[in-house]
Design a protein around this ligand. Structure first.
Ligand SMILES: Nc1ncnc2c1ncn2[C@@H]1O[C@H](COP(=O)(O)OP(=O)(O)O)[C@@H](O)[C@H]1O
Ligand SMILES: O=C(O)C1=C[C@@H](OP(=O)(O)O)[C@@H](O)[C@H](O)C1
Ligand SMILES: [Mg+2]
Length: 172
């Protein structure tokens, strides 16, 4: 069954937009991070702290594969790093998978992440200047993977509803 996969950098809105898109389309949605947390009964922060990032990436890959193999039509909100590890980017264009990159500028991401970093272990300890530099470099490094998506929707200056409507247009 068809899968709609939302990807992009931390803070671009994957979890928020997937939820709203699900309400409108009545296609159920799953957030990959939430699925991972439920699977091991630990938060993302706890997994990074206790088991380390490599273990998280392994779980992330396994869980993504499981979701893609499930029989239902679902909307999947990935984690920001999902396409960038374990060749997950090769799964973005498999038969039955429609991937959408939610593309955000450094300014948009910085503005959203500055007060929203505590549950994101990669940036939780960074100050304002470190955050800006980190986002700029990291986004550049990851763009190759994000650009493997079938569709791209720019989210800068768009409300949640406008982004959902932009996604519906590219999916039509
Ligand atoms: N126009 C918008 N579209 C999506 N998210 C927005 C928008 N404006 C503000 N936000 C906020 O930005 C944050 C995006 O976080 P989230 O959905 O968790 O992103 P991701 O899952 O990509 O890391 C949320 O706190 C959301 O409320
Ligand atoms: O960019 C990343 O490597 C990560 C993004 C997070 O998801 P969000 O993009 O939903 O914050 C989460 O998977 C983890 O903290 C690692
Ligand atoms: Mg998320």
């Amino acid at each position: 069954m068809k899968k709609i996969v939302l990807l992009g950098y931390m803070g671009c809105g994957k979890s928020t937009i997937a939820q709203k898109l699900s309400k409108i389309t009545e296609i159920p949605f799953l957030d990959l991070d939430k699925c991972i947390e439920n699977k091991v009964n630990l938060t993302i922060n706890e997994i990074f702290d206790k088991q380390g990032e490599i273990y998280f990436r392994k779980l992330e890959h396994e869980t993504f594969l499981e979701l893609l193999q499930s029989p239902q039509e679902i909307i999947i909100g990935l984690g920001g790093g999902t396409p960038c590890y374990a060749n997950n980017h090769e799964l973005l264009n498999k038969e039955g998978v429609t991937s959408v990159y939610l593309k955000a500028s450094i300014d948009t991401l910085y503005g959203r992440l500055l007060h929203n970093k505590s549950k994101r272990p990669l940036i939780a300890d960074k100050n304002e200047q470190e955050m800006r530099e980190f986002i700029a470099t990291h986004l550049f490094e990851r763009s190759f993977y994000y650009n493997q998506a079938r569709h791209k929707v720019t989210v800068d200056g768009r409300t949640i509803d406008e982004t959902v409507s932009d996604i519906l247009k590219v999916l039509a």
